[in-house]
Design a protein around this ligand. Structure first.
Ligand SMILES: [Zn+2]
Length: 346
């Protein structure tokens, strides 16, 4: 088969699209004919190399993908050849104290397909049955590939971790990115008043189209000041921050008393200055979140399959142009998800 792959960490020029041995499904795995994959910032981090994560080379990236089942291992019960499936990339053990409580993304052996083990940006992929979602007829492959990672991440952040309530005010940073644009849709669906930031008028308009009542350019104005103006000096109940060091202090300063900031990442750096005085005096909560449980993923994907939520597709590229796909993420061009398809599917 052909696969996107790299044999060493580095810049985009380490990425190749070439031959790789066809995978064979193990007992509990499903062999999928991949129709589309999607990128996440995780793919960029994995390509550059993450401290403490030693991937087997050559590494195939890709934590999002969808396709058709072509073969199943003898222990597989939920799928058969011809079924339409999408990947849900978090792998949990099922046995540890967290898994036994249904908290799969807290699993002590938690790892992510595409990050810690080979991913799915390839013509074929052997995937554990547990990591596949059924995709209804009529859902485009691009949608099925683009939605799972970011929608499950944003769902757990807002619904399970921040416990967002109808009528609350929420600020979503980077609302045109993968998690951001999912978070705007989910917060609007939950009945919150949504504020959003972005870095260009086109991105801000996109956030408004998704349900944000106000969106403003954080490169032109201080977003914490703007939030104070918008909320009659009160601040918002919840901030969704996946930006990190560049925004952390302003995220805290945007919160109402008793507010919650929920983070799932730190694309601009993970060690910002913080403000402990503000945290204790205003009784703020700092909440971490990563991926989602299987049940949370099922809940949010039902709402993707029925069209309530829709991943925006920024661009569809052949896998042979995977380096360009990485560039779109790294240069923050456009909004929504970048999809890649095997060249043979285009
Ligand atoms: Zn576990």
């Amino acid at each position: 088969m052909k696969a996107v792959q790299f044999t060493e960490h580095g810049d985009r020029d380490v990425i190749e699209y070439g031959d790789f041995p066809d995978p064979a499904p193990d007992r509990d795995e499903v062999l999928v004919d991949v129709k589309a994959g999607a990128l996440n910032h995780l793919d960029v981090w994995t390509r550059r190399g993450l401290p403490g994560i030693d991937v087997e080379m050559p590494h195939i990236p890709g934590s999002d993908g969808a396709g058709e089942v072509v073969a199943v291992g003898e222990g597989v019960t939920r799928f058969e050849p011809g079924d339409r499936v999408a990947l849900s990339a978090g792998v949990s053990c099922g046995d540890c104290e967290y898994c036994r409580h249904g908290e799969h993304s807290l699993c002590v052996r938690y790892h992510i397909i595409g990050e810690h083990v080979r991913g799915v940006h390839s013509e074929l992929a052997a995937i554990p049955e547990d990591n596949l979602l059924e995709v209804p007829e009529g859902v485009p492959w691009e949608t099925a590939a683009a939605a799972p990672l970011v929608f499950q991440t944003a769902w757990r952040m807002l619904i399970s971790r921040a416990e967002l309530k109808p009528g609350e005010d929420v600020l979503v940073l980077g609302a045109s990115g993968g998690v951001g644009h999912a978070a705007v849709q989910i917060a609007d669906y939950a009945g919150a008043n949504v504020y959003a930031t972005g870095s260009s008028e086109a991105k801000l308009q996109h956030a408004r189209d998704l349900g944000a009542q106000a969106a403003f350019d954080y490169t032109e104005e201080d977003f914490a000041d703007r939030i104070r103006d918008e909320t009659g000096k009160r601040g918002v109940d919840v901030v969704v921050d996946h930006v990190g060091a560049a925004t952390w202090q302003d995220s805290l300063a945007s919160l109402a008393k008793g507010g919650r900031v929920v983070t799932c990442g730190a694309t601009t750096g993970g060690n910002p200055e913080t403000d402990i005085n503000r945290i204790f005096w205003n009784q703020l909560q700092v909440i971490g979140s990563t991926m989602a449980s299987k049940g949370e993923a099922d809940d949010v994907m039902e709402l993707v399959w029925d069209g309530t939520f829709e991943p925006a597709i920024r661009e569809v590229l052949p896998m042979s142009e995977a380096a360009r796909a990485h560039e779109l993420l790294e240069e923050r061009e456009g909004f929504g998800k970048v999809v890649v398809k095997p060249d043979s599917e285009l």
